[in-house]
Write a protein that binds this ligand. Structure first.
Ligand SMILES: Cc1cc2nc3c(=O)[nH]c(=O)nc-3n(C[C@H](O)[C@H](O)[C@H](O)COP(=O)(O)OP(=O)(O)OC[C@H]3O[C@@H](n4cnc5c(N)ncnc54)[C@H](O)[C@@H]3O)c2cc1C
Length: 319
């Protein structure tokens, strides 16, 4: 049975403009001009409210952490915190040190729910690969019959008039055929086989703070794909709005590691942190100097603790 589907004109949304050339994949684009922000991505923290975050989140994680190191009952620790007997600074200090030490379960008690809209399917293919401590509900292409499908145009295409025109024509043809298929009675779950990666979608994501730190570490990196990087910048801004303290943990992985481990940054064009090759070259040189300076003899300690720099660089410190 033919279905009536209204045909409407669609608009493409231009993607992230103004990124340096190296941030736009492997493409070397000359004459790139920064343009005003036109990305359509929107992020809103749905839950909790700022009041809940401010009143309960640091106390909750603090109570979890203190329970591990105290004879007191967790209820008593919580009551003390709620009665204002524990200074905010003390709670923050403990949380900072447990996070740094890797005691990550403490911050799994903190979670955030975000509404995310106007992102491309190519972004969500990447996003939903995260499995631990995160839940997604995404707009279904089986059940939704799109009347006004929107798509994202990357800046590398949108900045070139001719490419933009060809790109838009291809999208329009594609989406027009989708609309025709629906009108001919093809189910949405089949018509969607035509959809391009640039098609926009919406989802709700709930994530605990431990996993959000992990995801932000990967996705805020200057080597990450521009759109997902933009999404995580917006997520961080939303967390900052309710808690500058908690948002301060959402940093590029190299900031926590102390060095960059990206192969594509061996030339150190991104200067946020030195590349691990540089760090371990300095470490090797330092160790050689120590060996030369150390007095030789049967009583001297072994120079090599059993961990090769290459092992350290690979993150494997087991002898
Ligand atoms: C720059 C970049 C490039 C990428 N390129 C590709 C690509 O070309 N092709 C591709 O398929 N994917 C690619 N990915 C996706 C990547 O392989 C992961 O699937 C994705 O980043 C999810 O991260 P995660 O594995 O840390 O999983 P998460 O679910 O975020 O897991 C968090 C952590 O939990 C632990 N964990 C989770 N599940 C397990 C498990 N089953 N066993 C043991 N430990 C576990 C790990 O320590 C993991 O880091 C890329 C990701 C990035 C950031």
């Amino acid at each position: 049975m033919a279905q009536q589907v209204e045909k409407v004109s669609r608009t493409g949304t231009l993607g992230e403009p103004g990124l340096p050339v190296q941030d736009r994949g492997n493409q070397q684009v000359s004459g790139f001009k920064a343009r005003p922000e036109t990305s359509s991505i929107q992020v809103q923290m749905l839950f909790p409210t700022p009041e809940i975050v401010q009143q309960y989140y640091v106390p909750l994680a603090y109570t979890a952490a203190r329970t591990c190191y105290s004879e007191k009952l967790p209820q008593a620790i919580w009551d003390d915190v709620m009665a204002g007997k524990v200074a905010e600074e003390k709670m923050r200090k403990l949380l900072g040190s447990v996070i740094e030490s890797g005691h990550g379960t403490v911050i799994e008690h903190i979670s955030f729910t975000f509404a995310i809209s106007g992102v491309s399917r190519s972004l969500t293919h990447q996003l939903v690969r995260h499995r631990m401590g995160v839940s997604f509900d995404q707009q279904s292409q089986r059940y939704v019959k799109y009347r006004e499908p929107q798509y994202t145009v990357p800046a590398s295409v949108g900045d070139d008039e001719e490419l933009l025109s060809r790109f838009s024509d291809a999208m329009e043809d594609n989406l027009e055929l989708y609309s025709d298929l629906l009108q001919e009675g093809v189910p949405a779950e089949d018509a969607r086989f035509l959809f391009p990666n640039g098609l926009q979608t919406n989802l709700v994501m709930t994530v605990n703070l431990r996993q959000l730190i992990h995801m932000s570490g990967l996705r805020l990196c200057t080597m990450a794909q521009w759109e997902i990087r933009k999404l995580f910048a917006l997520i961080k801004a939303e967390v900052r709005r309710v808690s500058p303290f908690l948002s301060s943990f959402l940093v590029i992985k190299c900031v926590s590691l102390g060095y960059c481990d990206e192969t594509r940054n061996e030339d150190e064009h991104c200067k946020v942190r030195p590349h691990k090759n540089t760090v371990f070259a300095v470490f090797d040189a330092h160790r050689k100097t120590q060996r030369t300076a150390r007095p030789q003899g049967p009583t001297s300690a072994p120079a090599d603790p059993g961990v090769a720099p290459a092992q350290l660089a690979a993150g494997n410190s087991s002898p």
